[in-house]
Write a protein that binds this ligand. Structure first.
Ligand code: SF4
Ligand code: SF4
Length: 457
């Protein structure tokens, strides 16, 4: 699998970025570098977690999206809508009212993105009973799957190889429509995503998908919010129980949504840095006898996705409240049709998750070991202060870049001073190196630059 096959929805707007390094320091996989004064994301190391986007002070990192108007190319327009979308709205608005507004914007059908989780859960439990290496790891969060492929390759075999619930739901619903007589070219399936990782997972060229387009959740939220708030009277009718919206469906994408339906010793961990430190312990065999790990890259799982508009804690509370009300009402929720679930079952499995070798220094093990040795010897020269002046997040990353021929030892600000002292580098060359990393005008006096005395005047 080549790096070109990995699509990333996160982009840097070079006009807005001013190379402040916040994103570089926040990235958990050391994927960001500064070149010519702006942030550059190294595609092969990015797992689409969105940590960089959250810390950018000027919103220079954005998530690409498809044109909403594309939905009108189809007669039948299905929104595959994760339940956290509804959780963003206060109880003042019923789920039925929210979905009616979504339909009013152009969709003919709306189905929760987690509609078929019962089938997924059955398959996960079946895997638990096999001799697959424990702990089993959920494949729900694509950022976590990429993280494991890159940083914890030995654990890739522990990932349960199943389609994402949204993909499986789209498969189910499309089949339902086809069997009702709708022709395939009339049906457009659109996934409303709360994060960048799911866009990348659906777009990577090695994945087959029935999803025809992706709508960023914040875009749809803003439209729905505007319509709901322009209504003179909110709908205060008691909540109608909508088809498929069982409490399990609604809560699946929240933290513990999966783990509470698994068997054995199960743990749910959210937020990517927490996940990394936990996986380090698993890899070092400091954590034993765990059967299942639910790992999510975002704090509060999908409620904390980078494309969510509402406060994540309020969203979690609202989803649970709505789910509890359905549970307590005792009303029967119309469930997915069993005959179509067979079709989903047959297509649920994906190939085993393979480690991605891109983070290793070379595909060839012998060459990789030699390069690792060169990285170590490079670290003898580098100062080890992780100052970031070289445009890499730490000395180790610079050493790896040098070995991969993406940087030079003279990019290190400390070594430049030493090289100048020993006449191996002239001061003009030194300045040119700095300009290549930080841009030509970085050292110009500019009282309007961010944080300066007269900024904004
Ligand atoms: S999305 Fe995550 S992995 Fe990718 S560059 Fe941003 S912080 Fe790093
Ligand atoms: S955090 Fe700073 S360096 Fe990164 S994209 Fe935003 S402005 Fe550029």
């Amino acid at each position: 699998m080549s790096n070109e096959q990995f699509y990333h929805a996160l982009k840097v707007d070079e006009e807005t970025c001013f190379g402040c390094t916040h994103c570089m320091n926040a990235c958990p996989t050391q994927a960001v570098r500064i070149k010519d004064g702006v942030a550059v994301i190294q595609s092969e190391k990015c797992v689409d977690c969105g940590a960089c986007l959250r810390v950018c002070p000027v919103d220079a990192i954005y998530i690409e999206q498809d044109d909403f108007e594309q939905i009108f190319k189809y007669n039948i327009r299905v929104a595959v809508l994760p339940s956290v979308f509804i959780g963003q709205f206060s109880r003042q608005h019923t789920a039925e009212e929210i979905i009616d507004v979504v339909k009013g914007l152009g969709f003919t059908h709306v189905v929760p993105g987690e509609a078929v989780v019962d089938v997924i859960n059955e398959e996960m439990l079946a895997e638990y009973k096999t001799d697959r290496e424990k702990p089993l790891i959920s494949s729900f969060c694509p950022a976590i799957v990429s993280l494991i492929q890159l940083r914890f390759p030995a654990l890739a075999q522990n990932i349960i190889p199943l389609k994402h619930p949204a993909e499986a739901t789209a498969l189910y619903y499309k089949q339902l429509l086809l069997e009702s007589g709708t022709s395939a070219d009339q049906i457009g399936m659109f996934y409303v995503t709360p994060c960048a990782a799911k866009i990348s997972a659906l777009r990577s060229t090695d994945k087959e998908t029935v999803v025809d387009g992706i709508i960023n959740m914040n875009f749809l939220y803003n439209k729905v919010y505007h319509v709901l708030n322009s209504k003179s009277e909110p709908n205060r009718n008691s909540e109608v129980v909508l088809p498929y919206y069982t409490p399990k469906v609604m809560e699946w994408s929240l933290t513990q949504g999966e783990s509470k339906h698994m068997e054995g010793r199960c743990l749910a961990i959210d937020e990517i840095h927490n996940v990394i430190s936990f996986l380090e312990r698993v890899e070092n065999e400091e954590v034993m006898n765990v059967d299942f790990l639910e790992l999510r890259a975002c704090d509060q799982s999908c409620a904390g996705g980078a494309l969510m508009s509402e406060n994540r804690f309020l969203t979690v509370e609202r989803v649970h409240t709505r789910a509890n009300r359905i549970q307590k009402s005792g009303l029967k929720v119309e469930e997915v049709k069993q005959n179509h679930l067979e079709y989903v079952r047959e297509h649920l499995k994906i190939g085993e998750v393979e480690p991605r070798q891109t983070m290793a220094l070379d595909q060839d093990m012998g060459k990789a070991l030699k390069k690792m040795e060169r990285v170590r010897s490079m670290m003898c020269f580098l100062p080890g202060v992780d100052c970031g002046v070289c445009g890499a997040p730490n000395c180790q990353s610079l050493a790896e870049d040098i070995v991969m021929k993406k940087a030079h030892l003279s990019d290190c600000g400390f070594l430049q001073r030493m090289m100048e002292k020993t006449k191996k580098l002239d001061p003009d060359h030194s300045i040119r190196i700095m300009e290549k990393i930080w841009g030509k005008d970085r050292l110009d006096k500019d009282c309007k630059k961010k944080g300066a005395k007269y900024e904004g005047l």
